[in-house]
Design a protein around this ligand. Structure first.
Ligand code: PLP
Length: 485
């Protein structure tokens, strides 16, 4: 089918969704209603969650098909089920788009999510670096030849490995060695943080820690660090201590795809393995992806059955569509705007006296320290939500309020940039947020003690901010022209 122009696309999408909701309502009307309501809610709020976006109708529609019904354990052309010829086409296209977009030697499109992509990466590093040499030493061709005693010995080797990742409160992710996560249990772990004065990564301190700890895996990447990372330096550190460099670019994959992060800031030429989600700044379906060098490709390809079961073929199809979109020149314009808008948002806060971790941003996210408003992250998140501003609370480095109440609010620009917000709108968003936060007081518990959760938002502020947001949102509608009947 030929390319649809924007108007035709909205007309066709409107009828596709309206018809689909009618089909759903014929079985469970409450699900159809919740789906309509979700669109209305997303249209009517300022979405600033840094890990969320709005995928295109093409991406969303691709997920609602009969590919969902197909089992396809295995790899392209080598499946444990019959009849996978179309899944092969889909997976090969998703991998091809990913390789081309990111300039990667190898791409694996099966992980169902970011956490799955990281598990695939960890186990493929262990398989490549530990199991492979161990099998060779034991003169065994593969794991099927191992006796119980061999297994015991191999398990000890695998369980004796070390991982160095960024700590959660410095902006790392749970899967980078946080103790309650499996990554913090399967490896002996140690964490690196940021400089206590500047809030920035300190590569010398990190190198010293790596020299002392000698990890098998050095993990770079973050969920809440508002700055760029020098992956060439990370690779130097990994090489010096013999570690595999794994970069989790889940948050900033869109900025890599859109060529905002190039050279030393592009992880792909520097890392052995790169993992990502596809649904954050990359603006695809919920899912994961692993990119690897040729050297690691065979072990990454063992993702199923190593840690995955049947791939979600309908989601792999949607990944292919989203990656094809990200290869278009418009995506580069979008990605640059995401970064520019984050600057505008940060400047909007700084000029109004708010406190930002690291003092600003040079990626897609801003970490606002709300302790200067006398609030916890939990109180700030709730008050903002009352005013129609959707954010999430987040720890700041050395957070006195811990990971539950926190002292921070993490904000990202990918979603509202998709709606067409630019500099002026993000400056206004900062103004509205400061209005809410400076009119919120911490509350008390039932027995009158200071509370980290309850809060009092001054009368009239929520409505004032909602009205002002509505003006911005109406100017930049979500899925313009998409009307449900
Ligand atoms: N890695 C990073 C850096 C993330 O920020 C996240 C999600 O927030 C994940 C991995 C996990 O992704 P998912 O929720 O798809 O499992």
């Amino acid at each position: 089918m030929a390319d649809l122009d924007a108007q035709d696309l909205n007309r066709v999408a409107s009828s596709a969704y309206s018809d689909a909701l009618q089909v759903i309502a014929s079985v469970e009307p409450r699900i159809a209603e919740a789906t309509r309501q979700e669109l209305a809610d997303q249209r009517g709020s300022l979405k600033l969650i840094a890990s969320e976006n709005y995928a295109s109708p093409a991406v969303l529609l691709t997920m609602g098909t009969w590919f969902s019904d197909k089992y396809a354990e295995g790899t392209i052309g080598h499946r444990f089920y019959a009849g996978c010829q179309n899944v092969d086409t889909v997976e090969a296209l998703a991998a091809e788009h990913a390789r081309e977009l990111f300039g990667a030697e190898y791409a694996y499109a099966q992980p169902h999510s970011g956490i799955d992509a990281n598990l695939v990466a960890f186990w493929s590093i262990l398989a490549h670096r530990v199991e492979g040499p161990w099998l060779e030493k034991a003169a065994k061709k593969n794991v099927n030849e191992l006796t119980d005693a061999d297994w015991e010995a191999l398990r000890r080797e695998l369980g004796d490995q070390r991982l160095l990742g960024m700590s959660l409160d410095a902006g790392g992710h749970l899967t980078h060695g946080f103790r309650p996560n499996i990554s913090g249990k399967m490896f002996h772990q140690r964490q690196y943080g940021t400089d206590p004065t500047t809030g920035l990564l300190d590569y010398d301190a990190l190198a010293a820690k790596a020299r002392e700890f000698k990890p098998l895996v050095l993990v770079a990447g973050y969920s809440a660090y508002p700055r760029r990372v020098n992956f060439a330096k990370m690779r130097e550190i990994a090489d010096e201590v013999g570690a595999t460099l794994m970069v989790d670019m889940a948050h900033f994959a869109g900025l890599v795809a859109g060529k905002v992060f190039t050279g030393d800031e592009d992880p792909v030429p520097h890392a052995h393995i790169v993992t990502t989600t596809t649904h954050k700044s990359l603006r695809g379906p919920r899912g994961g992806l692993v990119l690897a060098t040729e050297e690691y490709a065979p072990s990454v390809d063992r993702g199923c059955p190593m840690v995955l079961g049947g791939p979600l073929s309908h989601v792999m199809a949607a990944k292919a569509v989203a990656l094809a979109e990200a290869r278009r020149p418009e995506f580069q314009t979008y990605a640059q705007q995401v970064a520019d808008n984050a600057q505008s948002l940060a400047e909007g806060f700084v000029k109004r006296g708010a406190d930002l971790v690291t003092g600003g941003t040079d990626n897609h996210l801003v970490l606002l320290d709300v302790s200067s408003f006398g609030l916890t992250g939990r109180q700030a998140e709730s008050a903002l939500l009352d005013a129609g501003v959707v954010t999430n609370r987040n720890s700041v480095p050395a957070d006195p309020n811990g990971a539950w109440y926190t002292s921070g609010i993490r904000l990202g620009t990918p979603a509202l940039t998709t709606r067409g917000f630019g500099h002026d709108e993000f400056d206004r968003v900062a103004e509205l947020m400061v209005d809410v936060l400076s009119n919120t007081q911490p509350g008390t518990t039932k027995d009158g003690k200071p509370s980290k959760a309850s809060y009092v938002l001054a009368d009239g502020v929520a409505d004032r901010v909602k009205d002002a947001s509505a003006e911005l949102l109406d100017k930049h509608p979500l899925y313009p022209g998409l009307e449900l009947v």
